[in-house]
Design a protein around this ligand. Structure first.
Ligand code: S3P
Length: 451
């Protein structure tokens, strides 16, 4: 179950053979939105953000910063517009209450990094899925920098308690390929004496590095065949505030890209998507499968972005290798959904990290696709879809397990069903995509109900 306050709505999607058509600019990117708020909060002065994600995850970041004393407000008409009056890196106040991250692993990891080096005592916790998510990957290297962090099972699980202290820079290797871990360590490095170097063997999304560059913060980021090394220097002065329009979320577009690819006669244009390294790898996989996707990149943006035109395509199976997975980690359930319609065996290797997400996505993806009648096998670290271009998914009832991405994949699969699909706990889509059903019905003229 996602965070408290959910009313456990059930969605009914009535499949019809109508195509996906039209133009969509999905909501602002979730990963960039979290970081935009956090970075704005350590600047000195007023930052203005627009097209911020309205999902509950980013709302949780907004609330946490507010509890830390940051003056932050939303425009009453356009709620994606947010103003942050940052008080510099030393401006946070010790809160009188615990900090609720709801369902957001990114918020939990990133703020653990930030607050490690800030004066005060902070307790972070979240919903029933957040308290199962592994924290030692962040806590252990932070302790190497001198952080005083505790938690259940010696810091392995939330609630996490942090007694902020003066950190000392150092050299750290991430033990799992994770942008959340890398970002937590780099953010802590901003509050540490000297320099902090973070090395990752497989490159992951680089939004934290993008913000360091954008804000002119002293750092170095180097790619090599051994991965990436990023070095930051502890902040000596507050960065300048900024204005940013957040590019659209490619991971949210992925659901409708999948819908357009599997539904005959579809053609959809997606506007202003973030298309930087670490987020567009799923498009390469889809192209390998024969997907017809035209791309035009915008050249003048801070965050690399562009438009895509996607048409219905005849797809074939492919293999996805370990090294590719970190850059498409959030799109594996959707790629597996699309693979049901691709002739042959699509095999995902090295996907054990999926087990640590909002649900065990190896298990929940397998279960969801099987309920639709697809042939799927999985084990600890791989998943195989036996696809067929003539596959007709059957009407069924799906458990989302409170996982937004599973619920949205099921909704896309449901458009191809001849009949009704019921998806339980559909409210969890609000974690990342509050307008998902509106955008679905904007592009696809089938019927959807909430019950
Ligand atoms: C995220 C990184 C990814 C991703 C998550 C957002 C981020 O997690 O799954 O949705 O914003 O840094 P990991 O890097 O830990 O795999």
């Amino acid at each position: 179950m996602p965070g408290q306050g959910y009313s456990r709505l059930r969605a009914v999607i009535r499949g019809t053979a109508r195509p996906f058509t039209g133009v969509l600019e999905p909501p602002g990117d979730k990963s960039i939105s979290h970081r935009a708020l956090i970075f704005a909060s350590i600047c000195s002065g007023v930052s203005k953000l627009s097209r911020l994600s309205l999902g509950r995850d980013v709302e949780a970041t907004y609330n946490v910063l507010s509890k830390l004393g940051v003056d932050i407000s939303r425009d009453s008409v356009d709620r994606t517009m947010v103003t942050v009056q940052g008080d510099g890196p030393w401006g946070y106040k010790e809160p009188s209450d615990i900090l609720e991250v709801d369902n957001s692993g990114t918020l939990l990891r990133l703020m653990t990094g930030v607050l490690s080096g800030v004066d005060g005592h902070f307790v972070l916790t979240g919903d029933s899925s957040i308290v199962k998510r592994p924290m030692l990957r962040v806590v252990a290297p932070l302790r190497d920098l001198g952080a005083r962090i505790d938690g259940r099972q010696d810091g392995a699980l939330a609630p996490i308690s942090i007694r902020g202290s003066r950190l000392k820079g150092g050299q750290l290797d991430t033990k799992v390929p994770s942008a959340q871990v890398k970002s937590a360590l780099l953010l802590a490095g901003l509050f540490a004496d000297g320099t902090t170097q973070v090395r990752e063997r497989v490159r992951t999304r680089s939004h934290t590095e993008e913000f360091l560059a954008y804000l002119g913060i002293d750092h170095r980021s180097e790619n090599s065949d051994k991965g990436r090394e990023v070095t930051v220097r502890g902040l000596e002065y507050a960065p300048k505030p900024f204005e940013l329009s957040i590019p659209a979320d490619p991971s949210q577009a992925a659901f409708f890209i999948g819908g357009a690819l599997i539904m005959a006669e579809s053609e959809v244009t997606f506007k202003h998507l973030y298309l930087g390294e670490g987020r567009d790898a799923y498009l390469s996989v889809l192209r390998r499968m024969g997907a017809n996707i035209d791309e035009s990149r915008h050249v003048d943006d801070v965050f690399s972005s562009g438009d895509l035109k996607v048409r219905y395509s005849k797809l074939v199976a492919t293999e996805i290798y370990d090294g590719e997975v970190p850059a498409l980690i959030d799109e594996v359930p959707l790629l597996a959904t699309v693979a049901c319609f691709a002739d042959g065996e699509t095999v995902f290797h090295g996907i054990e990290e999926l087990r640590t997400k909002e649900s065990d996505r190896v298990v929940t993806t397998t279960e969801m696709l099987r309920r639709f009648g697809a042939r799927v096998e999985s084990d600890d670290s791989s998943l195989t879809v036996y696809g067929d271009s003539n596959f007709v998914p059957r009407p069924c009832s799906i458990r989302s397990h409170g996982d937004h991405r599973i619920a949205m994949c099921a909704a896309i699969m449901a458009t191809r069903v001849d009949g009704d699909t019921e998806i339980e706990d559909f409210d969890c889509v609000e974690t990342s995509y509050s307008n998902f059903l509106d955008d679905l019905t904007h592009l696809w003229s089938g019927e959807t109900f909430l019950a």
